[in-house]
Design a protein around this ligand. Structure first.
Ligand code: LMR
Length: 399
């Protein structure tokens, strides 16, 4: 007869199977495809005309300086590189950079900032609901749920017509309870590319303030849409309108340091004292998760932003990346009236009005890899691939 202990003993082998993240699955599928002409418009990385994701020349220069001048790799503490966050302040916060009610710290990428921010929300108000627009980045709901918060969807985008369901979004946010969180994409909406206009941001900010919601802004593509300042319009407006704001920021894309995981979390509360208290909680939570963020990428960004010449050069590199995205958007948009909406959107992604079956057929027949939702990375295309991609998509859309 089995003892009680034997009955209860469960090992790692008893773990249930996991449904792997759809984007990670897509990366694996694409990597395994041996066809030389495959087109990878799945994961969001910037590529140049030749189809490469080069290291920025400013990052190379900063890394060179690091090699030559870094004298220690001793610990920096939970906040990471404080000068890095200080230098990011004006870029992200603009006219709010001197507001001492806003504090930031370095995190492992934007994903780390999201998790940390939601951990803080859960610590402050475990009963709050997080309202997110449908569709959103597929990793948002699992991160929110992982801290025990409940997700509520608000309508965001009509895929067939390529437009934002703005009235539905506003009506839904009006139903949210005070203390709830409204998750918003700062710019370059992932997965739709459909950004709120400045006037729409104003209306959202009014509703968020009236309802007493906390805006939580995820900004991972600043500079890839209309410009660094223009892309931060929503962030800055929320800081102006609301007492409590949370911002998850990423440098992974605009410094092209994807694998180095460079991000930051920002918190605003009603006073410098309460922000300091909230930040102490953040440090404690970070300590339990990663203790201290990885240094290398943030150290390189720090060097760039601290040197006027390198910073200026980086601004040009960002402009070049943005210009390529927008030029590709216009080229695709002008190819067929059904793709015209792509020219009115921003950032790396847009969503094609294709069914999952059509997406799978594109994969099987044309070796084109995009997310099942129809999301594709515009700047995943090399110059040589654009026409073939457009022809295959037009064919899939039908006569
Ligand atoms: C994407 O959406 O493709 C990127 O943000 C990469 C990721 O981790 O999902």
């Amino acid at each position: 007869m089995l003892t009680d202990t034997a009955e209860k003993a469960r090992g790692l082998a008893n773990l249930p199977p996991v449904q792997s993240d759809s984007l990670l699955q897509l990366i694996a599928l694409c990597n395994a495809d041996q066809r030389p002409d495959k087109i990878d418009v799945g994961v969001g990385v910037w590529r140049d005309g030749a189809g490469n994701t080069p290291i920025l020349r400013t990052i190379k220069a900063a890394e060179q300086r690091l090699v030559e001048s870094q004298v220690t790799k001793s610990y920096l503490g939970s906040a990471g590189d404080k000068r890095f966050t200080e230098l990011l302040r004006p870029i992200l916060l603009g006219e709010h950079a001197d507001d001492d009610r806003i504090a930031g710290l370095q995190t492992p990428g934007g994903c780390g900032a999201l998790r940390l921010g939601f951990e803080l929300i859960a610590a402050a108000n475990p009963g709050s609901h997080v309202h997110f627009g449908a569709p959103t980045w597929p990793n948002h709901p699992p991160i929110i749920q992982s801290v025990g918060l409940e997700c509520v969807e608000y309508p965001y985008y009509e895929r067939g017509q390529g437009v934002i369901r703005f009235e539905d979004m506003i009506a839904s946010l009006r139903e949210a309870a005070p203390g709830d969180v409204a998750l918003l994409h700062g710019c370059c909406h992932n997965p739709t590319g459909a950004d709120l206009s400045d006037n729409q941001w104003r209306e959202v900010a009014n509703v968020v303030a009236e309802r007493g919601l906390i805006p939580f802004i995820d900004i991972a593509y600043q500079g890839f849409g209309r410009g660094l300042d223009e892309d931060a319009f929503g962030v800055r407006l929320m800081l102006e309108t609301c007492d409590e704001v949370v911002i998850a920021q990423s440098c992974d894309k605009n410094f092209s340091v994807y694998r180095d995981r460079v991000g930051s979390l920002w918190i605003k509360t009603g006073s410098a004292e309460t922000t300091a208290k909230a930040l102490a909680h953040v440090f404690q939570i970070a300590r339990q998760m990663w203790s201290m963020p990885p240094d290398h990428g943030a150290a390189a960004v720090h060097i760039i932003l601290d040197d006027p010449q390198l910073k200026n050069d980086w601004l040009q590199e960002v402009a070049l990346m943005r210009d390529r995205i927008n030029a590709l958007r216009q080229r695709i948009a002008s190819a067929d009236p059904r793709l015209a909406f792509i020219g009115r959107q921003f950032g790396m992604f847009s969503m094609l009005p294709l069914s999952k079956e059509q997406v799978v057929r594109l994969r099987e027949t044309h070796a084109i890899y995009m997310a099942d939702s129809g999301r594709f990375n515009i700047v995943g295309l090399s110059d040589a691939q654009v026409d073939r991609f457009i022809a295959a998509v037009v064919e899939a859309l039908g006569a």
